[in-house]
Design a protein around this ligand. Structure first.
Ligand code: NDP
Length: 244
């Protein structure tokens, strides 16, 4: 199955590291023009060196007005990957207001805001669009110390579905991918300790965590015309974890 994004322009958030970085690279490789947005300037600089032609935007998505300013002249976007997120792990009784506010600002509020900006101009241009929100298995399953993270991803799944409902008539499809653990920087923080990772692995029928590539392939599929009848879905990329 060949996927080709020639002639399309993509925006990927959280493209400095991990899944977002590899998604930006894969989109470029399959012909898209890519705008990579992230928080750390050095990551964007090294991405632009590694992947010539990628445009970069450096902004903290937790800052609503800075995001608005940074995206004010972004130009046309046909494909959006809302990937940036934070995972601040705290036991329920120790959750802080700061962790709650930052998590919801980045993982939910910024997704809504960036999507509004992009979708407004898709509608003005009268073009179809495809959006993938990077959610998690944590949206549908309770995990120790993840009360805030799980809540943000649960909220994100519902944002995805309502966006699909409202934007479908404009030919804009919206889906999410919901991966299991991936050993990126974020994954390592939560799951490097074998005492935590072993019980999780034991609950995954395929017996392994996801590779970054597993997630990127699913994102590309949902962005592409190969999934032209799919919208409002939350696709587990979890080796069967959520099914059992
Ligand atoms: P990483 O932490 O490896 O990368 C996240 C990227 O997002 C970084 O480049 C980071 O920049 C950027 N980012 C974070 N906050 C902001 C912000 N406020 N403004 C702009 N950019 C920001 O994470 P992953 O690649 O692992 O995660 C990507 C997505 O996948 C997330 O939505 C995550 O919830 C989801 N996911 C991850 C899983 C895992 O086990 N890794 C499992 C399931 C879902 P910087 O480092 O400079 O802050």
């Amino acid at each position: 199955m060949e996927i080709n994004f020639c002639g399309r322009r993509a925006l990927v958030t959280g493209a400095g590291k991990g899944i977002g970085r590899e998604t930006a690279k894969a989109l470029r490789k399959t012909g898209a023009e890519v705008v990579a947005l992230s928080r750390s300037y050095e990551d964007l600089e090294s991405l632009a060196r590694e992947c010539p032609g990628v445009q970069t935007i450096c902004v903290d998505l937790a800052d609503w007005s800075a995001t608005e300013k940074a995206l004010s002249s972004i130009g046309p976007v046909d494909i959006l990957v809302n990937n940036a997120a934070v995972a601040i792990l705290q036991p329920f009784l120790a959750v802080t207001e700061e962790a709650f506010d930052r998590s919801f600002a980045v993982n939910v509020k910024a997704v809504l805001h960036v999507s509004q900006i992009v979708v407004h101009q898709m509608i003005e241009r009268g073009v179809p669009g495809a959006i993938v929100n990077v959610s998690s298995q944590a949206s549908q399953c309770a995990l120790l110390d993840h009360s805030v993270y799980c809540s943000t991803k649960g909220a994100l799944d519902m944002v995805t579905k309502v966006m699909a409902l409202e934007l479908g008539p404009k030919k804009i499809r919206v889906n999410s991918v919901n991966p299991t653990v991936v050993m990126t920087e974020m994954g390592r923080v939560g799951w490097s300790d074998p005492q935590k990772s072993k019980p999780m692995l034991n609950r995954i029928p395929l017996g392994r965590f996801a590779e970054v590539e597993d997630v990127v392939h699913s994102i590309l599929f949902l962005l592409s015309d190969k999934s032209s009848m799919i919208t409002g879905s939350c696709l587990p990329v979890d080796g069967g974890f959520l099914a059992c």
